[in-house]
Design a protein around this ligand. Structure first.
Ligand code: C2E
Ligand code: MG
Ligand code: MG
Length: 403
């Protein structure tokens, strides 16, 4: 009861704070969004986490005023961030009892001048458990504003696939419990893979929550998840401490050893590539189409007519794949290629876009044959080739700097 009394005047007393945690794109490791997570700085008990007071705020109805305040604060903060970074705000099912929720969001967007497409609202499936029709109506009105809607904590609770049918979610957030056990439990890895595939088929972004280790991250990338969030990339922190800088570097040492190709990797890449050869025109068209869609600034590095380029791409892939079994012999050739690419204007950050487009094209081309294992093998091969190319690029850049 004491906490309840304190909670009643906490909002007026300015005791709440919004902290933010980065969400990154798995291919580029760049920050694409920040999730707003509320904190209560209690004068006696110190910083209290939401799990301890949100249920109380929901019971007492205080969540309505608190939720509105968080939304205002988050939109105001986000309006000062780089345009490419969105903000994600959690909504309680209780807030859906306010039939004017969409009106409230629209007013806040207007007041803070945040474009609707930079706001994402996270709901849990409990919103769809009761008053389903009314709540789906509210969700549609929110989406009509241009705001995106994410389904949070996916996989725990009822997780009925019906939810994905009743509302066109923009994003699924895979619950932390599956991600944290991925390296030890094949069942969790299989579930995460299946959800990532589901997301791809339905054209829904998948975000893995609670990523704490590089090992988990590698598995998520192989599974084909789109985004990741977790302590590995940053803990929730006050707005003043946010850092929007470049991609988050890989931390683990000894990557080379980890990524050494096994005979099985070589076999998987070879057999899958042999299936690409007969449909190489389709796959290379898919590749360039995707590449220029995700990195439009790369278009000008290529000649107008891409036909010749498609042939070159296949030739390079084919000669690399053919010599993978003897990587030490292949490496100098690839380094040389990397050095030549500097002359064409290739930059370090382009490698992530190329990886993204390549995996996408292979998957579209090979369909079900592009399994988790095949994808992992391609990722390993690509990382090795890209590292060799970058080493070649650096050599030539240092040489030029010296001369
Ligand atoms: P959520 O929306 O699923 O948020 C993710 C939670 O996981 C956050 O906990 C975050 O700090 C934690 N987390 C993130 N990465 C990691 C990790 O790598 N390892 C571990 N162990 N934990 C990680 P937090 O901030 O305590 O929030 C808990 C829940 O409270 C949130 O879960 C959300 O459902 C709710 N919540 C937070 N802010 C609000 C709000 O403004 N409104 C409403 N309605 N609910 C909120
Ligand atoms: Mg959330
Ligand atoms: Mg969650």
């Amino acid at each position: 009861r004491k906490l309840e009394q304190d909670l009643r005047h906490a909002l007026g007393a300015g005791e709440f704070e919004v902290h933010y945690q980065p969400i990154i794109n798995i291919e580029t490791r760049r920050k694409v969004a920040m999730e707003a997570l509320v904190r209560w700085r209690h004068p006696v008990y110190g910083l209290i986490r939401p799990d301890e007071f949100i249920p109380l705020a929901e019971e007492t109805g205080l969540i309505n005023a608190l939720g509105e305040w968080v939304l205002q604060q988050a939109c105001r903060d986000a309006s000062r961030w780089p345009l490419a970074v969105r903000v994600s705000v959690n909504l309680s099912p209780v807030q859906f009892q306010n039939s004017d929720l969409a009106g409230q969001v629209a007013r806040i967007l207007a007041e803070t001048r945040l474009p609707a497409k930079r706001l994402e609202l996270e709901i849990t499936e409990s919103v769809l458990l009761h008053y389903t029709d009314e709540n789906i109506g509210v969700l549609h009105r929110l989406r009509d504003l241009g705001v995106s809607i994410a389904l949070d904590d996916f996989g725990i609770g009822y997780s009925s696939l019906t939810y994905l049918r009743t509302f066109p979610f923009d994003k699924i957030k895979i619950d932390r419990s599956f991600v944290s056990e991925m390296p030890q439990m094949d069942v969790c890895a299989a579930i995460v893979c299946a959800v990532a595939n589901l997301g791809r088929s339905l054209d829904i972004v998948t975000t893995a929550e609670g990523v704490e280790t590089e090992q988990q991250f590698d598995l998520l990338r192989a599974a084909g998840c789109t985004q990741a969030q977790g302590y590995l990339f940053g803990r929730p922190c006050p707005v003043a401490e946010l850092d929007f800088d470049d991609a988050i570097p890989k931390r683990s040492a000894g990557i080379e050893k980890n990524h050494a190709l096994t005979a099985r990797d070589v076999m998987l890449v070879r057999t899958s590539f042999s299936l690409v050869v007969p449909i190489q025109d389709t796959v290379s068209s898919l590749f360039y189409g995707r590449l220029f869609a995700i990195a439009p600034n790369l278009r000008r590095l290529f000649s107008e007519d891409i036909t010749d380029q498609k042939r070159k791409l296949m030739a390079v892939l084919s000669s690399c794949v053919g010599r993978l079994h003897d990587f030490p012999a292949l490496a100098p050739v690839v380094r040389e290629l990397g050095a030549r690419h500097v002359g064409y204007g290739a930059k370090r950050e382009h490698y992530a876009s190329v990886a993204q487009a390549l995996l996408w094209a292979l998957e579209k081309g090979l369909g079900d044959l592009f399994t988790f294992e095949v994808r992992s093998a391609w990722i390993k091969v690509y990382d090795l080739l890209a590292a060799a190319m970058q080493a070649g690029a650096e050599e030539i850049e240092t040489e030029r700097a010296v001369s």
